[in-house]
Write a protein that binds this ligand. Structure first.
Ligand code: HEC
Length: 457
């Protein structure tokens, strides 16, 4: 795409490798945040509906309905606590990822930037809707708990309540839909480029959404996100936040058990996806490191399963904390593994781009200096310096024999002097500045030492 090509900056090999690492970092931040946002939106939606259905049964069920409403609201608050988070952990990393892929895959014919940009637009809408959902849910909660006294127009309040409820229902469904497709596009297209055999042609929409790689990796992403969301719920509300008194004993116990079950169930599927994953990782990218990572993830999954099982059995949820960190580690390792495989695929490409960069650098040098450096030095020396200097006799200026000895170990100083001559020896007139560019002065000095170097020793 022309627009994207115009954004590509030439980078040296070192910079490109740095970009490869930034890509891993941005992916970890983005996928963990977005995964939890997506999973918690769904859970929030489920319990919001449950609460509504129970409320319909009659006024005597009001407490039970509030119970689930509370759960719904806790889910959506899990990761949308401040708007800055959506921006810093979602939007910014997503945009950086697009830019980096664009740089790394420059000049290949694979057209992932278009898919990623589309995913990005869906993501922006999804995030805005998710925050609107959160706010309307809170508003709804306030309405539910106000007991209007006689002075207020009850009907008006009721109308508002119905309106926010509608807004709430719409934003919840639509934010989930937008986030779902955005993440599907994202995971699907980034999964495909891991295999460089895909780079030759263009990737079709069907491939991005329905190829084996995309589907298994997307499902894997979703189940990991649900597992983390479950355990993050416990860690945030029962260990990190100050204990809140409006969470009853019953609610605390129910929500912790429920979330441990969620974490347990979704961790349970991890190993299955690793088997899929082994099939979909391209042969050329299967290094020992990748086998080691997969083994480690397997092992960690079993530890987590054990911890969660123990929690449920003993009704004690302290192990949510180690479980949380291990799950984060597993998520980070999955992404690291994915990106390492991509990194191996992209390494030739990096060499190619770095080479191109060097070629371009040389071309600009040639254009500005007019010739190769060595020739350049000799030519300018002969054109500009011999008028006043000889090797072993005094002319207008001192003989180079003396000068070269003086600067033997500080050639940089000589370059500086030539660029900007100052008064040195009272026996000579001052040397006029020669109007040279730094690379020209450097070339002259190099030429002088190369040419006369042997004669001064
Ligand atoms: C117009 C005459 C003139 C030209 C042209 C000239 N020089 Fe000089 N150069 C001098 C003089 C005079 C001095 C002595 C200045 C002093 O001692 O203050 C000198 C001194 C130097 C020194 C010694 C500085 C030191 O620290 O002792 C170097 C090195 C030097 N010139 C390099 C060059 C080079 C390289 C060129 C060509 C790009 C060049 N000069 C062109 C007149 C000239």
């Amino acid at each position: 795409m022309d627009f994207f090509d115009s954004l590509v900056l030439p980078h040296s090999g070192d910079n490109l490798i740095l970009l490869k690492y930034l890509l891993i970092l941005a992916n970890v931040v983005f996928l963990i945040f977005s995964g939890v946002l997506f999973a918690s939106s769904i859970l929030s939606y489920i319990f919001r509906n449950r609460s509504r259905q129970i409320a319909k049964k009659g006024p005597e069920f009001i407490n039970e309905s509030h119970f689930f409403f509370r759960l719904s609201s806790d889910y959506i608050d899990l990761i949308t606590a401040s708007k800055i988070m959506g921006f810093g952990l979602g939007i910014i990393p997503f945009f950086s990822i697009i830019m980096i892929y664009n740089q790394l895959l420059y000049l290949t014919s694979v057209n992932i930037s278009g898919f990623l940009l589309f995913a990005f637009l869906l993501y922006l809408i999804g995030i805005v809707l998710a925050y609107s959902y959160k706010h309307s849910l809170h508003l709804n909660w306030i309405f539910k708990r106000t007991n209007p006294n006689e002075n207020i127009d009850i009907e008006e309040i009721e109308n508002y309540q119905i309106a926010t409820e509608k807004l709430n229902a719409r934003t919840s469904v639509w934010s989930i839909i937008f986030l779902f497709f955005s993440l599907w596009f994202f995971v699907g297209s980034t999964a495909l480029v891991v295999d460089k055999t895909h780079w030759a042609g263009s990737i079709s929409l069907i491939n991005v959404l329905f190829s084996f790689d995309s589907l298994t990796k997307f499902l894997h992403f979703i189940i990991t996100a649900f597992a983390i969301t479950g355990v993050a719920f416990i860690v945030k509300f029962y260990f990190w936040d100050k204990p809140s008194f409006d969470r009853s004993e019953k609610y605390s116990n129910y929500s912790q058990r429920l979330n441990t079950w969620i974490a347990l169930t979704f961790t349970f599927f991890q190993p299955v996806f690793f088997v899929f994953n082994l099939f979909s990782t391209p042969r050329t990218s299967m290094t020992n490191l990748i086998y080691i990572i997969i083994t480690v993830i397997f092992f960690l999954s079993f530890i987590v399963l054990h911890l969660f099982y123990q929690s449920i059995k003993e009704n004690n949820f302290k192990s949510a904390i180690p479980g949380f960190y291990i799950l984060l580690l597993i998520f980070a390792l999955i992404i690291y593994k994915e990106q390492t495989a991509f990194g191996i695929s992209v390494s030739d490409q990096i060499l190619k781009l770095a080479d191109k960069y060097e070629q371009e650098e040389k071309a600009t040098l040639l254009a500005s200096g007019g010739g190769e450096q060595k020739v350049n030095g000799e030519e300018i020396y002969k054109a500009k310096c011999v008028a006043c200097h000889r090797f072993d006799e005094r002319l207008v200026g001192p003989p180079h024999k003396e000068v070269l000895v003086k600067y033997l170990n500080k050639k940089d100083d000589m370059v500086k002097y030539i660029l900007n001559p100052v008064k040195v020896d009272p026996n000579y007139p001052p040397m006029p500045a020669q109007g040279l560019k730094p690379n020209e002065a450097k070339a002259i000095v190099e030429y002088m030492y190369e040419h006369y170097g042997n004669e001064i020793k």
